[in-house]
Write a protein that binds this ligand. Structure first.
Ligand code: MGP
Length: 250
């Protein structure tokens, strides 16, 4: 497997350097002809993955990040790598088909798919008043379909209403005895001290978060009795662990 950690974390990693799926053939989008197709000559990525000529723009730009498993004593920042940014459905599939599936990632790896401009960490100014809905699966091998559906729901903007504007990104964590998916949000409802985060209405935030938590649970197709849990990033940053005590569960 090719090492992703060859470049500076501030620079996007070249797509050709990210882990390649063992049987995923390279399918490079033909950017030159993008959007130039006349209506009677439309070839979508589904018709021809090599020579398609239309591109379906996403509502937002998204950036894929990768957390490399540590090899010794490295801190979080050194391990977090920006991989690639995209803004169309076709680019998403080109990337997805060429990276290592979540089920084949090494322990302590993460993928993060975040709106471009947001670093997938608690300290980012756009995350610091937010939180995360999470669900932990109690087996060690990730289910690629679940992770794919979560990414598609995020980039397809089907998790929330346009006005809610809560979704910052989604991620998958591969660990020794479990794997976990997360949905990061812009706000975190009411703080433990009953104070809202700057400029936020805690009641409205809580309503949005509950709607989002339900949508998250639906995308994961969890049985009703399985709980998704929400914790604020401020608490995670304070304890130094993302397993902060759940504030809400659904
Ligand atoms: P994790 O991957 O979110 O959870 O964080 P995991 O693997 O369940 O481990 P636990 O420690 O929460 O029990 C793993 C570790 O990565 C954390 O303990 C932090 O040291 C670090 N880390 C994770 N995140 C998401 C951040 C972050 O946003 N900022 C910083 N500074 N460190 C983080």
């Amino acid at each position: 497997m090719v090492d992703v950690a060859t470049s500076n974390s501030a620079e996007p990693v070249d797509l050709t350097t990210i882990p390649i799926s063992p049987d995923g053939a390279h399918s490079k989008p033909q950017h030159d002809s993008v959007n130039s197709a006349s209506s009677d000559n439309i070839i979508t990525v589904f018709d021809d993955p090599e020579n398609f000529n239309v591109k379906h723009q996403l509502q937002n730009k998204w950036t894929l990040w990768f957390t490399k498993p540590p090899s010794g004593k490295q801190d979080w920042n050194e391990l977090l790598k920006e991989v690639i940014t995209f803004e169309s459905v076709e680019e998403f599939w080109g990337i997805y088909n060429n990276i290592t599936p979540a089920s084949e990632l090494a322990q302590k790896s993460d993928y993060h798919l975040f709106k471009t401009g947001v670093r997938p960490e608690w300290e980012d100014v756009q995350n610091k008043h937010g939180g995360r809905w999470a669900y932990t699966f109690k087996n060690s091998k990730a289910n690629d379909e679940v992770w794919l559906h979560l990414m598609l729901a995020a980039i397809g903007e089907t998790l929330e209403d346009d006005d809610d504007n809560e979704v910052m990104g989604v991620n998958v964590n591969i660990r020794k005895a479990f794997w976990r998916v997360g949905l990061w949000t812009r706000t975190a409802g009411q703080s433990p001290k009953g104070k809202a985060a700057e400029g936020a209405d805690p009641k409205e935030s809580q309503k949005r978060l509950e709607r989002l938590g339900k949508a998250f649970k639906e995308v994961l197709q969890l049985p009703a009795q399985d709980m998704v849990e929400f914790a604020g990033h401020a608490e995670s940053a304070h304890t130094g662990s993302s397993r902060a005590k759940a504030k809400y569960s659904l």
